[in-house]
Design a protein around this ligand. Structure first.
Ligand SMILES: [Zn+2]
Length: 467
């Protein structure tokens, strides 16, 4: 009896060891294929340089959708198609401008300094003649509450700093971005006429960073802009210098923005599919979002995630890999200011009664892969964790609890589909995020390719073993 169970034990170990050897050999082949023959970088060059910005509703969006469909076909998808969804159509509407005017005590003329600002996405514009008024600087929402009686008729300047003590910069972003999202309405509640937000970044340059704001329908909509960090510091110094002198200068901020919404328009998720050979009804999704802000090329956010997604498809086909399960490669529409693409994808899956067993998103930049984060049951997490030794040699040395992506969140909510997100090194991401310097040149080919290698390895393992 003992001998028998020992034999059984040894044969199971043998199968596991053999399986691991086979898996590690195949993952090495995936890696070699992507690092030697990868097309992600050249695809990204096309997307960013030939098409460029692609905010929902824009011409860039339309061009990028056609490009995405074509590349999915060329990369060997069994089926490539567009999934229609209505998207919001916000436009910047002109050049955003702001300047600080200063009239020293006793002087006749104003001195003017232009500030580097960018209107927040979804924000309304100033009237034609702009908005001008006194600026009140607050350091936080608590500070705003304390000074709420001083806010009326003024421009509120949220000078909330990105928390440098977080090693994972996404934690600092989550912390600071509430000022972009809620800041305008919270200031409007007390009668502010516009809002300036310190950019959500710890960059050393002065580029302002946009991103979506959300108006609370209970309060007036007021124009809202982000300001570059150097100008934010300078503005703060000017304001505080006035408070400390007995002969304060007159300070006035002047603001011109033109943002507005046009009617919703038709956008698309772009989907490439490899049909499963054994369990075609079980669907694995991998993707990034195709839209970007209008003030940049959207290279890291999220051109990188899109070309990595396509690269996994290309590499699987190049290696002759036939998945057991159906793999969908998805370029999602409208992540930045509406999430209509991600919602549509989940809604349609629900309507068709599809079975979604796993979803992976890359939307944290095309930098060196460091970890995967995963949301699922304990059992699913343990399975995911067991694959770490196979993937770690390629960069993702940490497998953490909690992860996914904005576009695959609706799948998780609809089906409890386990989701994962690729987490590259985060130190440089917020230097470029939603700013004019998120351009192709900021992406390194090797780092981008390695991200695709790690993602492909994970998708291969989920496909082989299920989730
Ligand atoms: Zn993004």
């Amino acid at each position: 009896m003992r001998k028998l169970s020992l034999l059984l034990f040894l044969s199971i170990v043998g199968i596991v060891v053999f399986g691991q050897k086979e898996d590690s050999a195949f993952i090495k082949r995936i890696s070699d294929e992507i690092l030697v023959n990868g097309k992600a970088y050249e695809n990204l060059r096309h997307l960013t340089k030939k098409i460029g910005a692609r905010l929902a509703g824009s011409q860039g969006m339309v061009k990028s959708e056609h490009w995405g469909l074509k590349v999915m076909q060329e990369s060997g998808a069994d089926k490539a198609y567009m999934q229609e969804c209505m998207v919001p159509h916000w436009v910047r509407g002109g050049e955003d401008r702001a300047s600080l005017k200063k009239k020293p005590s006793g002087a006749i003329d104003w001195i003017r300094k232009d500030l580097d600002i960018v209107a927040l996405g979804n924000s309304i514009g100033s009237e034609k003649n702009g908005i001008s008024g006194e600026v009140i600087e607050v350091k936080s929402f608590d500070d705003l509450e304390k000074r709420k009686d001083e806010v009326k008729g003024k421009i509120v300047f949220y000078n909330y700093k990105f928390n440098d003590t977080y090693i994972n910069t996404f934690l600092a972003y989550r912390d600071a971005s509430q000022y972009r999202g809620q800041g305008p309405s919270r200031a409007a509640k007390y009668g502010a006429k516009a809002v300036i937000v310190r950019s959500m970044s710890h960059a050393t340059d002065n580029n302002p960073h946009t991103g979506a704001t959300r108006y609370d329908s209970n309060y007036a909509k007021i124009p809202a802009v982000a300001i570059g960090l150097r100008d934010a510091d300078w503005l703060s110094t000017e304001i505080n210098a006035q408070a400390e002198t007995t002969k304060p200068a007159q300070l006035e901020l002047e603001l011109f923005t033109h943002g507005h919404f046009l009617p919703d328009t038709i956008g698309h998720n772009i989907i490439g599919e490899l049909k499963g050979t054994q369990f075609p009804a079980e669907i694995i999704t991998v993707g990034g979002h195709l839209d970007s802000w209008d003030n940049c090329e959207g290279a890291h956010d999220d051109g990188a995630g899109c070309v990595q997604t396509i690269e996994i498809l290309r590499a699987f086909k190049a290696l002759g890999y036939q998945p057991k399960r159906t793999i969908r490669f998805v370029l999602f529409a409208n992540e930045e200011n509406g999430l209509r693409g991600g919602n549509k994808y989940a809604d349609e899956a629900k309507a068709k009664g599809e079975k979604h067993i796993f979803a992976l998103e890359s939307d944290a930049g095309g930098f060196t892969p460091r970890s995967f984060g995963m949301t699922g049951t304990e059992e699913q997490f343990q399975k995911f964790l067991s694959w770490k030794p196979l993937i770690a040699p390629y960069g993702c040395t940490e497998f953490n609890r909690g992860g996914g992506g904005a576009d695959i969140g609706p799948l998780n909510r609809a089906f409890k589909t386990p989701t994962a997100g690729l987490n590259p090194d985060s130190q440089r991401y917020f230097d470029i995020h939603h700013a004019r310097n998120d351009v192709f040149e900021a992406v390194n080919k090797r780092e981008l390719d390695l991200g695709a290698v790690n993602m492909a390895a994970l998708i291969y393992l989920v496909d082989k073993y299920g989730m």
